[in-house]
Design a protein around this ligand. Structure first.
Ligand SMILES: Cc1cc2nc3c(=O)[nH]c(=O)nc-3n(C[C@H](O)[C@H](O)[C@H](O)COP(=O)(O)OP(=O)(O)OC[C@H]3O[C@@H](n4cnc5c(N)ncnc54)[C@H](O)[C@@H]3O)c2cc1C
Length: 513
């Protein structure tokens, strides 16, 4: 059987939900105990071990790694990067289940526009893009292979994620109306990724004050299929839906990319993305490689302070179980804003203010190992991104999609769920048992894949209590500076952009350095 062929499932579907108790797995990923050490920060005694370096980078996510790269570009090698986890990468780390690499969170990077020259330069350095006859070309092996995405809608799979199968004329008219509105807004204002260094004009400021739901209601855009799709997009990018995010964020999702395209319309264009079996950890590994011994993992930064002739950074070394004090000329605080506000001594007003303003979305990511290919419902062929209409989750991506194997077989399906809209999302995430999550997720996906539970061998679940900043209304007075600094401390993290994507984290880190 060829990779893209599929078998209509209705006659072949296996039951199997009753067999979930045989499925192995557990919680993996972020170390919550280490994170909780931050709460005890003020009660630590004087650290015995003194260490010196030129620059301390606190936090080894994309922002911290980008800062380290930029220091090296300036010829500064005298620095130490302190990371709480055992490996760097933050939300862009990878795992593996039964020998198959898979993302623990971030899994793709859209091709950066000219508004992200720093990211373009990184991709060039990594050999992902090069000039051919004066035009930029991306390495085909790393561009998401076709078919890219499909939606399980009305009992079958359709190509693309915007519901199209048998929708009425009213629905199509509303799609067209939103498409025209987004186009008008694109003409009127500047929409870029990264957005953090751009100041908002009056139109954008007005959009930033209301929720996306309010805007859609004002425009009479009430079609349930359109509203589901927009809610899905916002949950997918921002961790919370249209009721939570600002209208600026809702429009930005489309306007900063290629608009809101209705299939069949002239300018129809699907977003080209770079992706890897292990997700954005592919980029992380290459950014971390030249840093070698400058990376100090398993170090929980507990205190960052401007002192008379430099900075002091206290970190708990989880290997020696001792506190260490780093003395340096400067520090780059590439921590989530919540953590930065906790550890920074005498935090500057902009840090305190932003920490009070930020609302975090919790996320759950489940890596589901299946021992053989799933039977499939009729319609569009298995794709990289597979979404089920009307479900609480965001569907799954297939870790083996980029492989060139001709026969589908064992793989890992990475399932995503954003909990930013649930008032009790964080306690639910942290208290619900692994087996309850396992059964809930398999049950959700079984509408499209009744044989899933029977073919699943393992489910590894990563939980992120404060995964990303949600771009809620009234965040317009956030600092939008090129460099956020206080004394000898510079701050960088995607939180400063108000929402979390690679381009924002990377560019902020680059400029902090
Ligand atoms: C589930 C999920 C899916 C995502 N998917 C995508 C995607 O496909 N594409 C995309 O572009 N973006 C995606 N994102 C967004 C992702 O957050 C960004 O791309 C990027 O990885 C953020 O990097 P950062 O450096 O800003 O933050 P973080 O990843 O939060 O990095 C902060 C680092 O600081 C460390 N740290 C925290 N406290 C301390 C301390 N006290 N001491 C020392 N170290 C500390 C953390 O361990 C972490 O390594 C996703 C996010 C999530 C949660």
């Amino acid at each position: 059987m060829k990779r893209r062929q599929f078998i209509a499932a209705s006659t072949l579907a296996l039951p199997g939900c009753e067999r979930t108790q045989d499925i192995q797995g557990g919680f993996v990923g972020a170390n919550h105990e280490r994170g909780h050490l931050l709460r005890e920060a003020r009660s630590w005694s004087t650290p015995p071990l003194l260490r010196k370096t030129g620059v301390v980078i606190a936090g080894g996510g994309i922002a911290g790694l980008a800062a380290a790269r930029a220091l090296r570009q300036q010829g500064i090698d005298d620095f130490a990067l302190l990371e709480l986890e055992d490996t760097v990468g933050g939300n862009s780390r990878a795992g593996s289940v039964s020998g198959i690499a898979c993302p623990l969170a971030a899994h793709y990077l859209p091709l950066p526009s000219d508004a992200a020259p720093e990211v373009q330069e990184l991709l060039e350095e990594l050999g992902l893009r090069h000039r051919v006859s004066g035009r930029w070309q991306y390495d085909e092996r790393h561009l998401c292979h076709s078919p890219q995405e499909r939606l399980f809608f009305k009992g079958s799979w359709q190509d693309g994620l915007l519901p199209m199968q048998d929708v009425g004329a009213d629905t199509l008219a509303q799609y067209q109306k939103l498409s025209a509105l987004v186009e008008q807004l694109r003409q009127r204002s500047r929409w870029t990724i990264p957005s953090f260094r751009q100041s908002l004009d009056a139109t954008q400021l007005a959009l930033a004050r209301i929720t996306f739901d309010m805007y859609l209601d004002q425009q009479g855009l009430s079609d349930p299929h359109l509203r589901w799709y927009l809610d899905y997009c916002c949950r997918d990018d921002y961790g919370a839906g249209t009721a939570s995010v600002s209208a600026w964020a809702g429009i930005h999702y489309f306007a900063a990319r290629h608009g809101f395209n209705v299939p069949g319309a002239q300018s129809q264009e699907r977003e080209a993305v770079l992706t890897w079996p292990e997700g954005n950890a592919w980029l992380v590994r290459r950014m971390a490689r030249p840093l070698a011994e400058r990376i100090h993992s398993g170090q929980v930064v507990l205190r960052v302070a401007n002192v008379k002739h430099g900075v002091e950074v206290d970190a708990f070394n989880t290997v020696t179980q001792k506190l260490e004090r780093w003395q340096a000329r400067r520090a780059i605080v590439a921590l989530p804003v919540l953590a930065a506000a906790r550890v920074t001594e005498n935090p500057p007003d902009f840090l305190r203010h932003t920490a009070n303003l930020i609302r975090y979305a919790p996320w759950l990511v489940a890596n589901i190992h299946i021992r053989e290919a799933l039977f499939d419902r009729p319609g569009a062929a298995p794709s990289w991104d597979n979404v089920l209409y009307g479900t609480p989750g965001l569907g799954y991506v297939d870790a083996m999609h980029q492989s060139l194997q001709s026969v589908p077989g064992a793989t890992v399906l990475t399932y995503y769920r954003a909990l930013g809209d649930l008032p009790q999302g964080r306690p639910l995430l942290l208290t619900q048992s692994w087996s309850a999550w396992r059964d809930q997720i398999l049950n959700e996906l079984s509408a499209a894949h009744p044989d899933l539970a029977g073919k699943t061998t393992r489910v590894d679940i990563s939980r992120y209590g404060h995964a990303m900043a949600v771009p809620v209304p009234h965040q317009t007075d956030r600092p939008r500076a090129r460099t956020l600094s206080s004394g000898r401390l510079n701050f960088a993290h995607s939180d400063w952009a108000g929402y979390s994507v690679f381009e924002e984290a990377f560019t902020l880190g680059h400029h902090a350095a």
